[in-house]
Design a protein around this ligand. Structure first.
Ligand SMILES: [Zn+2]
Ligand SMILES: [Zn+2]
Length: 140
């Protein structure tokens, strides 16, 4: 298989997901870039020890999430009905939105490839410790 064939196959893959209550659904084409984020902002936004974020182009076939500014650096999207956190859009990264991996219909196929915000990694978190570690300069 050559590079062009691989690109066509990747583009043909459609993934879907949505919030817990089902009011908001999304579609993603291709293979998202998936990573763990250990930054304090993602921890607070997801109420979790870290976020696993696939970055991708996304379409909303029905209702869109509520998008609110969560910091001077980014906006986050969530279900306005029951509050499921769904997205992260950093101002510095144009035309890319990160989705919370747990909201995909099949999150098992989206394995994180690296860590981000590693200087804020909680010492008792054991996921992905063998993967590359990148730090974040984003603070506020
Ligand atoms: Zn919902
Ligand atoms: Zn983060």
């Amino acid at each position: 298989m050559n590079t062009a064939e691989i690109a066509i196959r990747a583009a043909a893959v459609e993934r879907t997901g949505g919030c817990l209550c089902g009011k908001i659904r999304y579609r993603v084409m291709g293979d998202p870039r998936v990573h763990y984020c250990h930054c304090d902002m993602c921890r607070r936004a997801t109420d979790s020890a870290f976020a696993a974020l696939p970055s991708a182009g996304v379409s909303w076939p029905g209702k869109e999430p509520y998008f609110r500014r969560s910091s001077p650096l980014a906006k986050r999207g969530f279900c306005g009905e029951y509050g499921s956190p769904l997205t992260l859009a950093c101002d510095a990264v144009v035309n890319e939105i990160a989705l919370h991996v747990g909201t995909f219909d099949n999150p098992a196929e989206l394995e994180p490839q690296y860590n981000y915000g590693s200087s804020q990694h909680l010492s008792w978190v054991r996921c992905g410790t063998d993967l590359p570690h990148l730090d974040t300069a984003e603070r506020w």
